[in-house]
Design a protein around this ligand. Structure first.
Ligand code: DAH
Length: 369
């Protein structure tokens, strides 16, 4: 901004005064026209009407030096100048530079133009389903936990009774963090293949009784196709107390499936294998598409396999007893389960390709707003 000093005033004749005040006024106008930012308008205000060294203040000093016969004229001219400048400085301070609003108002308003529609965000269908599942268990008194996605070999496998080189590890191949050869095998880091390690972390940090669900993201070295993604989601469940039985497990999961898919859904339990549960089971629900009569979706069986579960293996309790002695398999028992969220979300919404859940394609996501 131009910051000239006041013009000189050599004498107090009418003509000299007129020229002086006209020049001061022109100076202010020029500077005001250049002040385009809030910082600049504030600087302008301080420079002109600032209490101590403001230019108006300096003009008023001149007024005081006027000879008696010119004093009235000078006073009037000064007051006129002040009435012009002061309010404009104040207006700037509150509303910003005047010429900016002039520019805006100079643009003709076309009310027929389409408006700018703000893009509405929405919960991702996966997160929505995950929250729905978690909510069902919360209403049964479960608390909610989380755990790390980068996990050690110990928590992901060993403490869950997958010994090193156990063939069950082959079903859960994953990405491992590079450059850890110097570490003991159990401390090496990997992307967790399931949410089950959080069972161990939870028991290590709190004694029984325990009822908890753990939602989260997991990873496997699976080639992507319509039903597989190297990243997917699970909800893990763990319930430990005195006298927990397989009937408690069946009742809990049957109730959860009815909450999730409707009260007419049936469940059945098939023997299965997981290293960290004994006995283990796969849970099937009656096909929600055909009601159990048999269709393409259930491969004509009338049933859809949805989750794994079982009674917590004593070896799992033993793994945490060093830190929490109360997990004594002689005194307590528990059940655990784990379900894939993606599959459930796909069934709920009729999504045929799991990749859509990870594509970030707004045309797909907008259909869930
Ligand atoms: N972690 C298993 C998997 O990802 C799922 C599972 C099965 C979790 C049985 C459990 C369970 O807690 O009891 O394949």
């Amino acid at each position: 901004m131009e910051t000239a000093n006041l013009p000189a005033l050599a004498e107090f004749s009418d003509a000299a005064l007129a020229a002086f005040f006209a020049e001061v006024r022109a100076m202010f106008d020029r500077e005001a026209a250049q002040a385009a930012t809030p910082a600049a308008t504030e600087a302008l205000r301080v420079r002109w009407v600032g209490r101590k060294q403001g230019l108006l203040q300096q003009v008023s000093e001149l007024v005081k030096r006027a000879p008696a016969e010119a004093r009235k004229d000078v006073g009037q001219r000064f007051n006129a100048l002040k009435r012009e400048i002061e309010p404009r400085c104040e207006e700037f301070a509150t509303a910003g530079p005047a010429h900016a609003s002039q520019k805006l108002s100079a643009v003709p308003l076309d009310v027929t133009l389409p408006g700018i529609r703000p893009a509405l965000g929405a919960e991702h269908p996966l997160i929505r389903t995950m929250n729905e599942i978690v909510g069902i268990f919360q209403r049964m008194g479960y608390s909610v936990g989380i755990g790390p996605e980068v996990e050690s070999d110990y928590y992901n496998f060993e403490a869950l009774n997958f010994p090193p080189n156990h063939p069950a590890r082959d079903t859960q191949d994953t990405l491992v963090v590079a450059g850890q050869e110097h570490r003991p095998a159990r401390d090496r880091l990997l992307l967790r293949t399931h949410t089950s390690p959080v069972q161990i972390r939870t028991m290590e940090s709190q004694p029984p009784p325990l009822r908890i669900v753990i939602p989260g993201k997991v990873h496997r070295n699976d080639a992507a196709d319509a039903t597989h993604s190297p990243v997917f989601h699970q909800v893990e469940g763990l319930c430990v107390d005195k006298n927990i039985t397989f009937s408690d497990l069946k009742g809990t999961l049957d109730h959860a499936m009815k909450e999730l898919f409707g009260s007419s859904v049936k469940t059945r339990f098939f023997p299965s294998f997981f290293p960290f549960t004994e006995p283990s089971a796969d849970v099937q629900i009656s096909c929600i598409f055909c009601g159990g009569r048999g269709c393409r979706k259930c491969k004509n069986s009338g049933w859809i396999e949805l989750l794994g579960c079982g009674m917590v293996h004593p070896a799992v309790f033993e793994a945490v007893r060093g830190r929490q002695p109360e997990y004594d398999p002689e005194n307590i028992s528990g059940f655990a389960f784990g379900m894939g969220v993606d599959r459930i979300a796909m069934m709920q919404h009729g999504i045929g390709d799991i990749g859509l859940l990870y594509s970030g394609d707004c045309r797909f996501l907008e259909s869930f707003v």
